[in-house]
Design a protein around this ligand. Structure first.
Ligand code: CP3
Length: 340
């Protein structure tokens, strides 16, 4: 497949700047909201034809350079029987959050063909539908982000329970992070075997840690995941938010692309990451609620500050917001394509 997105991941020259958006399949699209009138998100994920349809919507509507598998970061936990819901306007809510090492010991590994056959089926359908179009990105949450949901039971701002376990019981923490890492490796390998052409690891909340704590409590596990996937031929993207304070360590894992949020400039971030890796980002998603001249000015600023080298993928600093006007994303995609 001839793909500007895949080429940019490997820091190769491209004919245009590739662009895709985190959460590009979702509520800002009327086509998606229509399906949501009759189906809950987990029902869509468990119905391969529907999930594939939702993944394809932004490719057709926006003209992006990659599709992302429609799933959620909780899918592998759902697969092993963790009782959870995804609550509208809140996020994942776990019925029985982990409180002890006994809970952690009960966590079993994933058997993809038995536990998440629907996801592998969605990938097969997408592979066929996207042939000669754009590549398909698979994904997983990283262990810290998954651990935070398992321990807190719901989205949190301050990660008090998660960090308390981390600081007070290293044995339990290492066991949890180790088990989650094994599960994520199996999960991502099954996606690659089914046909995804790139992988993004979402460590959405890891910016809650200091760099020294990141190095001690998280980095060895994330590193292990990338080392285990590194010999597959698909490019690997490492995403986090609020990572400016720990970027050197965050970027030290064996992957191809580092994805950053808007809190640090691409110019500064790339220098810290090192030019051997490609970079993805980093427009503030809130800007997409403005008029197009404001959006354009900020995109221009990004391009003006970019060092002239290969390996840049345009994206937002985090996911598309539900109130984003579709026309802004269509115009933005066109504008980025014209900027090269
Ligand atoms: O288009 C895509 O990016 C693919 C689909 C995707 C979803 N979730 C679907 C979804 C992806 C990549 C995710 C990843 C995800 N889920 C992350 C990592 C990315 C990030 O944003 O940092 C996280 C932290 C989650 C957990 C989660 N799931 C949250 C915080 C929410 C939002 C809750 C809300 O209603 O505001 C969800 C629900 C969710 N996952 C939605 C979608 C489209 C929205 C709710 C719905 O449509 O019912």
């Amino acid at each position: 497949m001839n793909s500007a997105f895949l080429d940019a991941c490997f820091s190769k020259k491209t004919s245009h700047t590739p662009v895709w958006y985190m959460r590009q399949a979702g509520r800002y699209l009327p086509e998606y909201r229509k399906i949501k009138e009759t189906h809950k998100i987990l029902e869509i994920i468990r119905a391969p034809e529907l999930a594939a349809k939702v993944s394809l919507q932004p490719v057709d509507v926006l003209g992006v350079d990659a599709a992302i598998l429609f799933a959620d970061i909780m899918v592998p936990l759902l697969g092993i029987g963790v009782d959870l819901e995804i609550v509208e306007n809140i996020g994942p809510v776990i019925k029985n959050p982990f409180t002890s090492i006994t809970d952690i010991k009960k966590l079993r590994n994933l058997e993809p063909t038995n536990d998440i056959p629907y996801l592998l089926e969605t990938i097969s359908i997408l592979k066929e539908e996207l042939r000669n179009k754009v590549p398909l990105i698979g994904f997983s949450a990283a262990p810290f982000t998954l651990a935070s949901y398992l321990i807190e039971g719901k989205p949190t701002r301050d990660f008090i329970k998660t960090k308390s376990l981390m600081y007070s019981n290293k044995e339990a923490w290492d066991l949890l992070m180790g088990k989650l890492s094994d599960l994520i490796i199996i999960y991502l390998k099954s996606q690659i075997e089914s046909g995804v052409q790139a992988i993004q690891l979402f460590d959405s909340w890891v910016g809650a840690l200091s760099e020294t704590d990141y190095i001690q409590y998280v980095l060895p596990f994330t590193k292990r995941i990338f080392e285990n996937l590194n010999n597959s031929s698909v490019p690997l993207i490492h995403f986090g938010t609020n990572t400016a304070g720990l970027l050197t360590s965050f970027a030290s894992v064996p992957c191809n692309v580092i994805s950053i949020d808007w809190r640090i400039s691409i110019q500064k971030a790339w220098k810290e990451i090192g030019y051997k890796k490609a970079i993805q980002g980093n427009l503030d998603p809130v800007l997409l609620l403005s008029d197009f001249s404001t959006i354009k000015r900020h995109v221009d600023e990004i391009f003006e500050s970019l060092p002239t080298r290969d390996g840049y993928i345009f994206n937002l600093g985090h996911g598309v917001l539900p109130t984003t006007p579709v026309k802004n994303l269509i115009k933005l995609t066109e504008y980025v394509h014209s900027k090269y």
